[in-house]
Design a binder for this molecule. Sequence first.
Ligand SMILES: Nc1nc2c(ncn2[C@@H]2O[C@H](COP(=O)(O)OP(=O)(O)OP(=O)(O)O)[C@@H](O)[C@H]2O)c(=O)[nH]1
Ligand SMILES: [Mg+2]
Length: 360
Amino acid sequence: MQIGIVGLPYSGKTTFFQTLTETQLDPNAIQKRDANLAIVKVEDHRLDEFTEIFKPKRKVNATIEIVDIAGIQKGDAIGSSINPQFLGKAKTNDALIHVVRGFSDDSIPHPNGSINIVRDIKTLEDEFIFSDLAFVENRLEKLDKDIQKSKKDEAIRERESMLKWNEHLQEGAPLRTYDFPAEDSKYLKNYQPLTAKPLLIALNLGEEDIKNAQNILNEVKKEIDWKNVIIEPFSAKIEMELMQLDAEEKNMFMSEYGLTDSALSRLVASAYKLLGLQSFFTVGEDECRAWTITNGMTAQDSAGVIHTDFYNKFIRAEVVSYKDFMTFGSFPKCKEAGVFRLEGKEYLVKDGDILHVRHG
Ligand SMILES: Nc1nc2c(ncn2[C@@H]2O[C@H](COP(=O)(O)OP(=O)(O)OP(=O)(O)O)[C@@H](O)[C@H]2O)c(=O)[nH]1
Ligand SMILES: [Mg+2]
């Protein structure tokens, strides 16, 4: 699962990336065109609770990959459109986080000249719509040629789909809001249009605005109330400062700003939800671990996430839900209470299930 960080220049993408990964990058590396890639832990209180109970040798969180797409060099995109190399990189991600600048700082130029959250959200969205539109138009030209040469059914069918995508995009709407028919799934998979990706908008507010975040968010939502889009306020600068504090100082600093949890765990949790991801767990004295699956995965599919052999030699899965386990406290007690289940390969694994795979 890979999530790309996108945004206008100087919006705080790389700062955000560094706080997510709790690393400070070499300033020279920040200037490079190559994307920075990091693997980020997904915090989960359920895994923490299992770890408390089992005291395992290892605790393994679920992870997601985050890419800071440094396609724009300083000065590159000022006032002009976004560079195509950058758009190409964004295409390969499963979801996008759009970092929008909300902080004022006269020493840091703004490509659009002033701070305006709604305008900047729309600027990037328009760029993405243009990019998808250009792709679809290209595709249509190619298909028209193919159809002239030989009337292949597949080309005719795809043309129908592309015409509809085109019409939707021409209206200035992202493909996120298009109701794709089932036969479009292969085109979606192959072409990965930018505006069809789940989008998390991260508002990078100034420190002085963070106490007022809810009001700012409400104002933004009046104009940007988009389907399949989550908007979360945070402050990259505060997160950066939090990173350098020990636990006690952290709590003091956070209460100063009226924060209850780190914005980062909130943002990662939102991204997880946005992608329709869920977790199941394997627990024991050796290891407690969270595994990532998508909605609708069966017990056998899930076993395959642990190990291909578990998929191939799957017999049954022993399943207890997180809630039941917490209610009864141990596997024997769950058995007594009749909430310890044996499920076959077609069982749809639910978020929070503890799984033990029986295999050959
Ligand atoms: N005051 C203030 N400055 C910030 C904040 N977030 C980022 N900055 C500063 O803004 C400048 C640009 O931040 P970056 O994180 O490099 O922005 P970017 O989006 O990666 O920029 P490009 O990669 O050049 O497009 C840096 O000098 C940051 O220190 C913030 O919340 N408040
Ligand atoms: Mg950057």
